[in-house]
Design a protein around this ligand. Structure first.
Ligand code: 4NP
Length: 151
C-alpha cells in the first residue's frame, strides 16, 4: 500500500487489509513515495478513524518505498495517479510495472479514481477515505482469495 507520506492513507489501507485478510495468506505493508515521515506514527486522525472501526494502526511507522519492495511484494496498490507515476519510475522491468495499480481500480475499474489526500482537510476526509479503502480491501481480499477460513 503506497501513498505520498505514509501517514494518512496507506497506513489505513495496511491496517484494513491486515485486519480482514488471513494472516497466513498475505503479508501486507505500506510505504510513502516521500521520505519526510520515515519513522513517524500515522497521523492521529488516521489512528482515530481506524480505532473507531476496531483497528489499531498506532504501532505502524513511516517507511519510504524503494526498488527493493518490487522484489518482495506481488502487488503494489497506490492511492493516486501521482503515487502511480512515482512508483512506476522506480520499476526496472515490465513485470515490476505490472505489479502496480490504483487501489480504487478495485471498485471503479478503469475509471482512474484517486483516494483523495485527506492531510490538509478535516475528520470527514478521513472517514471518507476509510470507507473507500475498506471497500477496495474487501475486493482485493476476494479477488486474491485472502479470506480467513470459516471455523
Ligand atoms: P498521505 O498524506 O500521503 O496519505 O500520507 C500526506 C501526508 C503528509 C504529507 C503529504 C501527504 N506531507 O506533505 O507531509
Amino acid at each position: 500500500m503506497v501513498c505520498l507520506g505514509n501517514i494518512c492513507r496507506s497506513p489505513l489501507a495496511e491496517g484494513i487489509l491486515t485486519e480482514i485478510a488471513d494472516a497466513n495468506k498475505v503479508e501486507v505493508n505500506s510505504a510513502g513515495t516521500g521520505g519526510w515521515h520515515v519513522g513517524s506514527q500515522p497521523d492521529p486522525r488516521s489512528i482515530a478513524i481506524a480505532k473507531k472501526n476496531g483497528i489499531d494502526i498506532s504501532h505502524q511507522r513511516g517507511k519510504q518505498f524503494s526498488t527493493y519492495d518490487y522484489e518482495i511484494y506481488d502487488h503494489i496498490f497506490v492511492m493516486d495517479l501521482s503515487n502511480y507515476n512515482d512508483v512506476i519510475k522506480l520499476a526496472k522491468t515490465d513485470a515490476e510495472k505490472a505489479k502496480v495499480s490504483l487501489i480504487l481500480d478495485e471498485i471503479f475499474p478503469g475509471e482512474n479514481v484517486d483516494v483523495p489526500d485527506p492531510y490538509y482537510g478535516g475528520a470527514f476526509g478521513f472517514e471518507n477515505v476509510y470507507k473507500m479503502l475498506y471497500q477496495a480491501c474487501e475486493k482485493i481480499m476476494s479477488r486474491l482469495s485472502l479470506q480467513k477460513e470459516a471455523n
